[in-house]
Design a binder for this molecule. Structure first.
Ligand code: M6R
Length: 619
């Protein structure tokens, strides 16, 4: 949720840190800060409430001295309001050690009490300041007895302090006394080390690193690193030496750039045909699906007796579509459950259960915890994840990478359609090994291969959809209704609209409307029906009639050439015909565009909606 970028090397750290922060701003954006140590060992910190531009202006108006080691942070508040004081970096009360932190220190209250009893004074309400104080306290004790032998006392202090910490962290720490050293550590919050020539750029995600180097080390939980321009060392937080695994980043800088688009969300909506193609590349062949990431558990998957799909938000909506796909195509009992619910109830994980975690970021705290719970109870776990090397990808150990490319807009779009693509491929893979005929599989695969081109046809209607958004953008309540495969699409349409335009929207199965929500429908209320041709088409038409009878305005997403639905609708957005299980891949696209245009017309910040963060790494 928060973003960290840190640097040690030969360059002036400050411009690089600010650039990195801007790339990370989508992760959290209620306050920001920077710390650098200058050549004389002076620590300089600047913080600001608000967006990174506010911090930038402050640095422009009153620059801080240059340094070759430093770190910066963009915050999404958990403990303490989004004020300048609560912004990171935080220091100990000697101003000797400074720290930026993602995650939550769960036992911060107890640690704070003990540190206050020792005579320390705090200025913020954050859990992070407690960690900075603890490291500073241990450091002060260690330095008294330290004999200079090239070992970083800061490293020793961080190691010792972390033994007392409960919770999650990705941290970067610097110390005035060691102006060429950056110490980083991770448990539960992502941290990537970019390995350059005599320099290291550490960040919460690759977007802040790729400009400087494509060689990276993904730190694992309970690992840390001591970085100096001329050397680095990776260990566990118990000081067991680790041989670093330096990997190549898979995305290029251009993929993180806005290009010709006004917003990342619009760029990512329009990237969907290419993203879906990438997701299928080398995997869809005639009547078969080839999935290298699950090849070693083929027989367990063939014999699986039950699937549990999980995720949060948009990923959970994809999981609900997956539930329908798995039961219809693979004929295997399936349920989709919120990860946040699964992890805290007492879930029954029967023999031969496969647990599939769906996540764009691969860092969602609840989804990660649910995977751990499922593993503990004996399930085989798979990850359907976009971010390569992320925590969920590593924790599950097997799965299908989405290959959607970096998704920067807070509203998930191309990740959703790639999640649907991966789920469809997995359903066909299972079906082919269980009871679906080769001909049926071939038909589904051919349908899937046609989707990118069909998506282009939907995208071409963007301006028409903008006119619809313009007509209704002042309405504060919307309903999204669909049946079968389109029930989760209705949920997703409503989520897109509410998260970026702040319009209240509800999505539900169309039949559910009569059980209460129908009372909400009044003159002029926009009601979006996903009403493509399929087995429940006539029933959806009846639901449309019920809404019309109460004065609601009908926006229908319908199959190309459907003349009948025009008689019942105020607006029709056409999507090409495809097999029913594949329809969500097309019908969600107009809903993404509708939400996007409504938000732009209402003057909302589409890519960084208020109070939301891209990846939710806290509960
Ligand atoms: O990174 P994940 O896919 O695990 O994230 C899950 C949700 O937080 C995410 O889909 C969220 O609902 C988005 N803001 C939806 O657009």
């Amino acid at each position: 949720m928060c973003g960290i970028v840190a640097y040690v090397g030969r360059k002036i750290a400050q411009p690089l840190l600010i650039e990195g922060l801007k790339r990370l701003e989508y992760r959290g954006y209620d306050s920001a800060g920077i710390a650098v140590i200058d050549q004389d060992g002076g620590m300089h910190i600047r913080k600001a409430a608000g967006r990174i531009s506010v911090l930038e202006d402050s640095l422009h108006n009153g620059p801080i001295p240059a340094g070759h080691v430093g770190m910066a942070h963009t915050r999404w508040a958990t403990h303490g309001a989004p004020t300048e004081i609560n912004a990171h970096p935080h220091t100990d009360d000697q101003g000797r050690v400074a720290l930026v932190h993602n995650g939550i220190i769960e036992n911060y209250a107890a640690l704070k009490k003990a540190l206050i009893e020792e005579g320390h004074t705090f200025v913020s309400q954050t859990d992070t300041e407690v960690l900075a104080m603890l490291i500073g306290d241990v450091y002060a004790e260690k330095i008294k007895h330290h004999k200079s032998n090239g070992v970083s006392v800061l490293q020793l202090a961080v190691q010792e302090a972390l033994q007392d910490v409960e919770g999650t962290y990705g941290i970067a720490v610097i110390c005035k006394d060691e102006p060429d050293t950056l110490v980083v550590a991770r448990k539960g919050s992502p941290l990537i080390i970019g390995v350059g020539q005599d320099e290291y750029v550490v960040a919460s995600d690759a977007s802040a690193i790729v400009e400087h180097t494509t060689r990276v080390i993904y730190l694992n939980d309970n690992e840390m690193a001591v970085l100096r321009p001329e050397s680095f060392r990776t260990t566990t937080i118990d000081d067991v030496e680790i041989t670093p695994d330096i990997r190549q980043l898979e995305h290029k800088l251009e993929e993180y750039e806005l290009g010709e688009y006004e917003h990342y969300m619009l760029k990512e909506i329009f990237e969907q045909p290419a993203a879906v193609r990438n997701c299928m590349r080398g995997r869809a062949k005639d009547s078969n699906i080839v999935l290298g990431g699950i090849a070693d558990c083929e027989s367990e998957l063939r014999n699986a007796e039950r699937f549990v799909l999980t995720g949060q938000g948009t990923a959970w909506h994809a999981g609900v579509v997956g539930d329908y796909l798995f039961e219809e195509i693979a004929g295997v009992p399936t349920e989709c459950t919120y990860a946040s619910e699964f992890r805290y109830r007492n879930p029954i994980v029967e023999k031969n259960t496969v647990f599939v975690a769906i996540s764009q970021s691969g860092e969602t705290a609840d989804t990660l915890a649910a995977v751990r719970e499922a593993k503990l109870r004996g399930a085989l776990t798979l990850g359907l994840v976009n971010a390569v090397g992320s925590s969920i990808a590593r924790e599950t150990g097997r799965g299908i990478y989405l290959h959607a490319g970096p998704e920067i807009g807070v509203a998930s779009t191309k990740a959703f359609t790639c999640q649907l693509t991966a789920l469809t491929m997995l359903a066909v893979y299972l079906g082919r090994r269980r009871h679906t005929s080769p001909a049926e599989c071939q038909e589904l695969i051919a349908g899937l291969c046609a989707i990118p081109e069909q998506m282009e046809k939907v995208l071409a209607q963007s301006l028409k959809i903008r006119d619809i958004a313009d007509e209704f953008h002042e309405r504060e309540n919307w309903l999204f209704l669909g049946r079968g495969y389109h029930y989760p699409v209705a949920l997703e349409g409503a989520l897109k609209l509410k998260e970026i335009s702040y319009i209240h929207a509800e999505g539900m199965p169309a039949a559910e409307m009569k059980h209460g929500p129908i009372a909400l429908i009044n003159e002029g209320m926009p009601v979006v029906f996903i009403a493509t041709r399929g087995v429940q088409y006539d029933k959806v038409i009846s639901n449309i009639e019920e809404v019309r009878a109460r004065g609601g305005k009908i926006i229908a997403v319908a199959t190309e050439g459907d003349a009948q639905i025009r008689r019942y609708s105020d607006h029709v957005i056409e999507v090409p015909d495809t097999l029913e299980p594949l329809q969500p891949l097309l019908s969600v696209v107009p809903l993404q565009l509708l939400a996007y245009h409504a938000a732009v017309i209402r003057g909302c910040n589409v890519d960084k909606p208020r109070t939301l963060a891209k990846s939710v790494t806290v509960e």
